[in-house]
Each structure stands twice: as structure tokens, then as C-alpha cells.
Ligand binder design. Structure first.
Ligand code: PMP
Length: 364
């Protein structure tokens, strides 16, 4: 492994790059948090200092996403995976199937977990196009009665992203926004429940965000364990047990960083520019390719393959030497992948595309 005495360009899919200013601030506050005499990690989550941070984080998130008043915000643990179980446990209605759109690896994982708990109907599948496009909504087969409709707006591994929001009428829409939350403005009112693991666009691993509409909080049956019950978590302000305090504190600073940048429309513009730069580099080349239908290309995760797979190892070695890290594609699909989350600067994408063009000249 190459050693560095400076920070690199980090294209990791998650846990992902964090804004440097946030890390520096955390570093400066690590031993003695704002003259309290101890680290934020060493304080009670119920003390006034931490409670103020928790409230600030929620207020900032509400501002960023314009979350309507009839939605609750939870800061939980267990990652997106725990939500794969909590959602069926809380939202499943008697004799009403759970409807899922299958658009890749993570929707399949959500389907697999839900199927352990109840009746699942898959309303569409991108398997038919080898996960290179989102099937049109008018081909989806949604039952009249369903407990909810679940989909994955951005598939982190295949690099496909919805540029529209499904409308299933009265059926509550549930979205796994793990890899695209806070990357652009979002109309929260279209959703029944949104969830996201923090480790991409929110903060460090260990924190999971859930945004849930009031009428769905009350749907939870009484006989599920307290931690897993949204109603309990709402009543207890996400403090039914000891929360991930340090991660919550860092997320608060990431929200502040986003607000200072100008909010989600500002970051969306930057994200668009970053993605365009990289896709253009891929499309202009004879060596690299991306199979995803243009309108479904993810702005956050850009997979690409090299014409000659024998070059993969050399590409990874040379890119790493140039300070461009974590470009190996997910083991499920191979090739390369660059994740361009909010904290990845446009300078990093320029460094990557410069490298890719040089590499093609040498090896193409
Ligand atoms: N859903 C999506 C879209 C993801 O990208 C990931 C993680 N890469 C997960 C779910 C799983 O997240 P976790 O590890 O937090 O359970």
C-alpha cells in the first residue's frame, strides 16, 4: 500500500470522504469541547451540551431538506440494513403485500430481508436490462392494495439513479436514499419514509437517518422490541438507548457545512459538474466505457470498465500512486467505480480525469 503524508483524492463508496473543514474542526474540539473540559465523546447524551447539538442537527437538516412539520426525524444506528428489517416490522399491514421495485443490488438486499418477515411483491426489475436502466413507471405492476412501495433512488453499485419520483397514489412511498441524500433538493412531502446510512453524504458510519411521516409512526404494532419501534424512537427523541453521539455531532457539522455552501441547490450544481466531467471523459475515450442509459446515470457513483480487463490492476496501481484512491469497482460488478459524494471536490474529479487521459495515452 502506498503511504501518503497528505490527504488523497478519495473516491470511496462508503465510508466516504468528509469535508476537510469538518474534520479540522472536530480535531480542534476533540480534547476539550468548547471549554467544557471534556471531549464530546465523553459526555452524557442527555446532558445539555449534547442535547443542544442533537437539536441543532435536526434543525439544520430540516432547513436543508425543507422537511414539512408532519414528519419526524430520527438519528438511529444499525445502518440501512436495520431499516431493511424495521420498515417491514413497522409498516406491514395485514393482508397487504409489501411492494418493492428491484433496480439493482441494494433493492435486492432490501427485498431479501423483507421477504423473511412477510409477503413481498416485486413490481419491476432491472434484471431484464442487466441493471443498466430504470424501467419506465408505466411498466410497473403495483397492486391496488400494498402496505408500502419501496425503491432505491440511487443504486450505489450499478451506478443507476432515478431522475423521477414514483407516484403510487395512497400507497406510502419508502426510499433508501443511502447514497444520494443531500446531493440535491428533494420534495420530502412525496414520501412516507426516507432512510439513509450516514457514511456517504451525512457523516461517519454508525448513524442512520430516518425521516418518517406522522401517520406512519402510529402504524407500528405494539409487540415489537422498543429499539425497533419507530413510535418508541420518536417518543424518546432517538435516545431510547445510547445514540451514536460522535457521529451525530459530526453530522451536525456536515449539515452546517452544506448550509454555508448555499444549501442543496448549490451542492447539486457542483455535483452535476463533477458527474459531467467524468462521464465526458469516459464517453470521449476508446478505453473506458459505462453501460448505463444516459438519463439513468448516477451523479454519485460512476462505474466504468476498461476495454482490456488485464489493465485493471495497472490502472489501480498507477492511480493509487497518483493519490487517487478507492477506485476498484464493487466485487459484484468488477471494473472501476468513482464515488463523487458531496465532500469530493471538483479538483479531485479533475485530477482523476487528467490521470485517466494520461493512462489512455500510455496504455490505450
Ligand atoms: N443501501 C444503499 C443504496 C447502499 O449504498 C448501502 C451501502 N453501500 C446500503 C444500503 C447498506 O448500508 P449499511 O451498510 O449502512 O447497512
Amino acid at each position: 500500500m502506498t503511504e501518503f503524508n497528505h490527504r488523497v483524492h478519495n473516491f470511496c463508496a462508503g465510508p466516504a470522504a468528509l469535508p476537510e473543514s469538518v474534520l479540522l474542526r472536530a480535531q480542534s474540539e476533540l480534547l476539550n469541547f468548547r471549554n467544557s473540559g471534556s471531549s464530546i465523546m465523553e459526555m452524557s447524551h442527555r446532558g445539555s451540551i449534547f442535547m443542544a447539538i442533537a437539536a441543532e442537527a435536526e434543525a439544520r437538516l430540516r432547513l436543508l431538506l425543507s422537511i414539512p412539520d408532519n414528519y419526524k426525524v430520527l438519528f438511529l444506528q444499525g445502518g440501512a440494513h436495520l431499516q431493511f428489517a424495521m420498515i417491514p416490522m413497522n409498516l406491514m399491514l395485514k393482508d397487504q403485500p409489501m411492494a418493492f421495485a428491484d433496480t439493482g443490488y441494494w433493492s435486492r438486499r432490501a427485498i431479501k430481508e423483507a421477504a423473511l418477515l412477510g409477503n413481498v411483491i416485486t413490481v419491476t426489475s432491472s434484471k431484464n436490462n442487466a441493471d443498466t436502466a430504470i424501467p419506465e413507471f408505466n411498466t410497473w405492476n403495483i397492486p391496488d392494495q400494498a402496505s408500502f412501495l419501496h425503491y432505491t433512488p440511487n443504486e450505489t453499485i450499478h451506478g443507476i439513479e432515478f431522475d423521477w419520483i414514483p407516484d403510487a397514489g395512497d400507497i406510502p412511498l419508502v426510499a433508501d436514499l443511502s447514497s444520494s441524500i443531500l446531493s440535491q433538493p428533494l420534495d420530502v412531502s412525496k414520501f412516507g419514509l426516507i432512510y439513509a446510512g450516514a457514511q456517504k453524504n451525512i457523516g461517519p458510519a454508525g448513524l442512520t437517518l430516518v425521516i418518517i411521516r406522522d401517520d406512519l409512526v402510529a402504524r407500528a404494532p405494539k409487540n415489537i422490541p422498543g429499539y425497533l419501534n419507530y413510535a418508541t424512537q420518536v417518543e424518546q427523541g432517538s435516545m431510547y438507548n445510547t445514540p451514536a453521539t460522535f457521529a451525530w455531532y459530526l453530522a451536525n457539522m456536515v449539515f452546517e457545512w452544506l448550509l454555508n455552501l448555499g444549501g442543496l441547490s448549490a451542492i447539486a450544481k457542483i455535483n452535476q459538474q463533477k458527474a459531467e466531467l467524468l462521464y465526458k471523459c469516459i464517453d470521449d475515450s476508446d478505453l473506458y466505457s459505462n453501460p448505463v442509459r444516459r438519463q439513468n446515470r448516477s451523479r454519485m457513483n460512476v462505474p466504468f470498465i476498461l476495454k482490456d480487463p488485464n489493465l485493471d490492476k495497472v490502472f489501480l496501481m498507477e492511480s493509487e500512486k497518483n493519490g487517487l484512491l478507492n477506485l476498484k469497482g464493487h466485487r459484484a460488478v468488477g471494473g472501476m467505480r468513482a464515488s463523487l459524494y458531496n465532500a469530493v471536490g471538483i479538483d479531485s474529479v479533475k485530477a482523476l480525469t487528467d490521470f485517466m487521459r494520461e493512462f489512455e495515452k500510455k496504455h490505450g
